[in-house]
Ligand binder design. Structure first.
Ligand code: XIL
Length: 452
């Protein structure tokens, strides 16, 4: 029972710390099975880091999207919901609801939340551009206070200023630069520190991933801020790569030189166009670089499945458009020290494989405040299974709202799932998975499996 109750995704994050305790409790077999974390978030947590994804509130209704997010990641950045044009579309009218959809769920799962972004020339509300300097100054302060105040104490790090430099290292001629002058970045950071003293304050940019004119300019700014006591805690490296803009050879050295200034570094918007082993090895390089820099506190990929990437045609993410795990996914998981091939949930001898022709089922439930996702693994015994039915009984009040990879007989009480066309055949000892999402409390279900 100890072993079974510990066999959850969350437990895997703790496995290294807990190995000694497990051995002491007599569960020596478990401690000896090289029980690596099987999700990106758990593997990153075991390395003292978060692994996040940019999430769009508009996709949360898609069960596989939400399920992949909450199963695989332990961090999140709202992809557009905190940008000025969405969150303060009219002066002093704040629209927090779209971002709240994401942060509420993230908080119920203790995820690391990055706030993105407060002062940026793009996706800026139209009214801001028309202000004179005095009004713009007031509006920027009010915006930072309003947005940061809403989530005070809840955000791990804020991208206070985004993309303020040109490729040649000069200041981008944004409305903030033109009307407020060079001092606007410092003003923004000072305002942000007062608005939420517990949030880490980051400067975030792209094409700063190796040493070049632009990253040198950011470096000089951070050095200056540090020397004058201007509050800054971290630098975000967007890390959008493709063949025209590959992972630079000095990627790790560049992260390290910033870290040496006394700030954390974070990889904030990672995506790498490509496919197969080339894409996978590029991802590996980025993850290894972060792991080699002790002040690199986490990595965020800029989306979940390729189909929702802002650069979808370049297939730059870890999951394909059907949520299949790409070679890049496996490469990242392995680089983090995890393994996509965990031991079966109920290994022998405490739960021997079913006899020939039979099947067994296990359920892993991710429960949050008012909803759940169940992932069911169907495992064939010593003989081939050619079709299966899994029966579960949901607790009172639990209602399934959607599911995937199985047909379903109902939504409450005793529910039967049968295979769909592509996953009925299960070879001896092999497994297939299906899932469901619902409202209420869906944990503590015991599945049974019948082969047909
Ligand atoms: C992108 C989003 O992914 C898109 O959905 C949106 O249409 C445009 O912005 N740098 C940033 C991110 O800091 O906010 C941008 O996100 C990508 C580039």
């Amino acid at each position: 029972m100890v072993i079974r109750s510990l066999r959850s995704t969350a437990r895997k994050a703790l496995v290294f710390a807990a190995a000694g305790a497990l051995a002491a409790s007599g569960a020596v077999a478990l401690a000896g099975t090289a029980d690596a974390a099987s999700t990106l978030g758990a593997a990153a947590a075991a390395r003292g880091r978060y692994f996040g994804a940019a999430v769009s509130s508009g996709h949360l209704g898609e069960a596989q999207y939400t399920n992949t997010w909450v199963t695989e990641f332990n961090g999140v950045t709202p992809e557009n919901e905190m940008k000025w044009d969405t969150i303060e579309p009219n002066r002093n009218q704040f629209n927090f609801a779209p971002a709240d959809q994401i942060t509420t769920q993230a908080r119920s799962r203790s995820m690391t939340i990055r706030g993105h972004t407060l002062v940026w020339h793009s996706q800026l509300a139209g009214w801001v551009s028309g202000l004179d300097a005095t009004n713009l100054q007031t509006a920027m302060t009010n915006h930072i206070n309003g947005v940061m105040g809403h989530w005070k104490g809840q955000i791990y790090a804020w991208d206070v200023v985004n993309e303020a430099f040109e490729e040649n290292g000069t200041r981008r001629q944004s409305v903030f630069q033109q009307k407020l002058g060079n001092g606007y970045i410092e003003q923004a950071f000072r305002t942000a520190r007062a608005a939420d003293p517990n949030a880490k304050l980051c400067y975030n940019d792209y094409n700063t991933d190796g040493q070049n004119a632009k990253s040198n300019a950011v470096f000089a700014m951070v050095q200056d801020f540090k020397s004058r006591g201007v509050p800054i805690d971290c630098v975000g490296f967007q890390s959008h790569f493709n063949s025209a803009s590959p992972v630079p050879s000095d990627y790790q050295a560049n992260l390290q030189r910033f870290a040496n200034l006394g700030v954390d570094v974070q990889i904030t918007e990672l995506d790498i166009e490509g496919s197969g082993t080339t894409q996978a090895s590029n991802y590996t390089r980025v993850v290894n670089a972060c792991l080699a820099v002790s002040r690199c506190t986490g990595i965020t990929v800029w989306g979940i499945p390729d189909k929702y990437s802002w650069r979808a045609s370049g297939t730059p993410l870890l999951f394909d458009s059907n949520y299949g795990k790409k070679p890049a996914y496996t490469a990242v998981l392995n680089a983090l020290g995890g393994s996509s091939d965990p031991p079966p949930d109920n290994p022998p001898p405490d739960n021997p494989p079913p006899a020939g022709g039979a099947c067994a089922a296990t359920v892993t439930t991710n429960q949050w405040q008012d909803g759940f996702v169940g992932t069911v693994r169907v495992t064939a015994g010593t003989g081939q299974v050619n079709g299966w039915t899994v029966t579960i009984t949901l607790p009172a009040g639990a209602t399934i709202t959607s599911g995937w990879n199985a047909n379903r007989s109902g939504n409450t009480g005793t529910v039967q799932f049968t295979n769909v066309g592509f996953n009925g055949a299960v070879a001896p000892g092999q497994s297939v998975e299906f899932g469901y999402q619902g409202t209420g409390t869906g944990s503590d279900v015991t599945p049974s499996c019948a082969a047909s």
